[in-house]
Design a protein around this ligand. Sequence first.
Ligand code: ATP
Length: 321
Amino acid sequence: MTTPAVDIQGVTHRYGTHLALQDVTLQVAPGALYGLLGPNGSGKTTLFRILSTLMPPSEGRAQVFGLDTAQKPDAVRQRIGAVFQDEALDDALTVRENLRFQAALYGLRGTGRRERIDALLQRLDVADRADDAAGDLSGGLRRRVDLARGLLHRPDLLLLDEPTSGLDPAARRTFWTAVQRLREAEGTTLLLATHLMDEADRCDRVGILSDGALVADGAPDTLKDALGDETIWVETDAPARLCNRIEAQFGVSTRVVGSTVQVAPPDPPAFLSSLYEALGDRIRSATVRTPTLEDVFMVHAEVSPEDRRERVLAQTEETEG
Ligand code: ATP
C-alpha cells in the first residue's frame, strides 16, 4: 500500500484545559487536493500547526509521508511547504530578493537557485514583476509570490491556510489556475483550509471539522449524495417550528439545516404546492434542488447558539401545546 501523504491517527490537542482537537483521524492520499472546512475556531489551524511541526499533539500521532511530526520534525520540514494567512514577504525587498532570501534558508545556491526561482515565477505568472518591490504588489500577486516562497524547496506536501482570504474573485481565479498548473507540473499534495464552498468543491476529498472533531470526510459528491436526491429547501424565520409543523401535518421527514428546512417528500415538485397552501404564511421562499456542499456543511458543522436556542423554544412550545 502507498504511504499516505498525511496520516493523522487519534489526534487530540489541548491548549491548557481548552480542547481544540478531539480524536481526529484522517488520511490524505499522495497527489490529492484535500479541503478542510470548519467554522471559526473548529481546529483547522491547530491541525496545520501540528503538521508543520510547530507543536506536538497532546495525544495521538501525525505523520507526513510516513515521518512522525513529533519525532522527526527536521525531516518533515524538508517535505512540507506552507502558505499561512499571515504572509511573510518583506515589503522593502523585490520579489526576486524575497525568494532568494527564502531559498538561502533552505540551502539553495547558485544556478540551481536561480533556475528554481525563474521556473516558479513563470509558473505562477509573476515573472514580469520580479524586480518590483513586494510592497508595490496587489493582494493577489502577493499571495502568488507567497505561494512561490512555500514551493522553493520542492515540498511534496503544501499546507494552504485560507490562501485566498481577502482576494477579489478575479485574483482568486488566477491563484487557483496557478495552483492547478503546479499540481500538474510537480504532483504536489495539497491540504487546504478554507471557508469557501467553491474552493472546497474543487477538492478531491473534504473533511469537516466541528468543535475540534472530524464530523464528515469524503469526496464532495459522495457527501452531497448522502443528503439525498432532489428535496425541498425552505427559507423561514423559525426553522425548528416549521419542521415540527410539517412533520405533524404531512408525516414527511424534515431536517433543520442552518436557517433552512430540508423537506424530503416522495414527489418534491408536487408537494411544494401543498406546502405553500398549508403553511405559506411561515415560508419566505422554497425551492426544489439537489444538495450543495454548503448544505453538507450546515448539516455537519456545529449548530450555532441561536439555532440551538430556537430548537429548544420550538420543542417547549410543542410540548406545552
Ligand atoms: P479560524 O477559522 O478562525 O482560523 P480554526 O478552525 O483555525 O479557526 P484554531 O485556530 O485551530 O481554529 O482554534 C481552535 C480552538 O483553539 C479555538 O477555540 C481557539 O480559540 C483555540 N486556540 C487556538 N490557539 C490557541 C492558543 N494558542 N491558546 C489557547 N487557545 C487557542
